[in-house]
Design a protein around this ligand. Structure first.
Ligand SMILES: [Fe+2]
Ligand SMILES: [Fe+2]
Length: 170
């Protein structure tokens, strides 16, 4: 049924985010196993825990606007996850896979950031302040993860590369 009003659009956006978070949670768990740098691995594990909270927050956000939580199939999330898996399945070296996962993870965070910003704007526009607050909590954690992937992770990975080079020259 076509969405006819802003509250309906908010519900649609929440359903999209709920589905996406569930897809990305599985991806984070896989990526944490593939990460060899402990700093990167720990951060991914922590974000997987945060993602479990995100799911609960979205379910609560649904309730604040009077609906039962319901995921809405998100083809974009499936596509992002498929791209990650098909690259991995080609069997790149562990370092290449780790570097690839940083970029793949960053794309995911930006998808989530766009979704939360949209849903927060809609929640505010429709007077659903409690819903907006719950989503803001998730958004803040997505932004922090995106910043980590963009700024800290490449350095950690470069250090890992140097260590590997030293091993080879020994
Ligand atoms: Fe999330
Ligand atoms: Fe995230």
């Amino acid at each position: 049924m076509a969405v006819q009003d802003m509250q309906g659009l908010l519900k649609h956006e929440l359903g999209d985010l709920l589905y996406a978070e569930k897809v990305f949670l599985k991806g984070l768990k896989q990526m944490s196993k593939e990460a060899s740098n402990p700093m990167i691995r720990d951060r991914i594990v922590r974000h997987a825990e945060e993602t479990q909270e995100h799911i609960v927050n979205i379910e609560r956000a649904f309730e604040t606007i009077g609906y039962k939580p319901r995921a809405q199939k998100c083809d974009a999330a499936i596509g992002l996850d498929e791209e990650r898996k098909s690259f991995r399945d080609e069997d790149p070296s562990p370092e290449v896979l780790e570097a690839f996962n940083l970029g793949s993870g960053l794309r995911v965070e930006h998808y989530e950031i766009a979704g939360y910003r949209t849903a927060i704007a809609l929640a505010k526009q429709t007077g659903n302040e409690q819903c907006a607050r719950l989503l803001q909590h998730n958004l803040d954690q997505e932004v922090a993860m995106a910043t980590f992937l963009e700024q800290s992770a490449p350095n950690a990975l470069a250090e890992l590369g140097d260590l590997l080079d030293e091993d080879v020259s020994d």
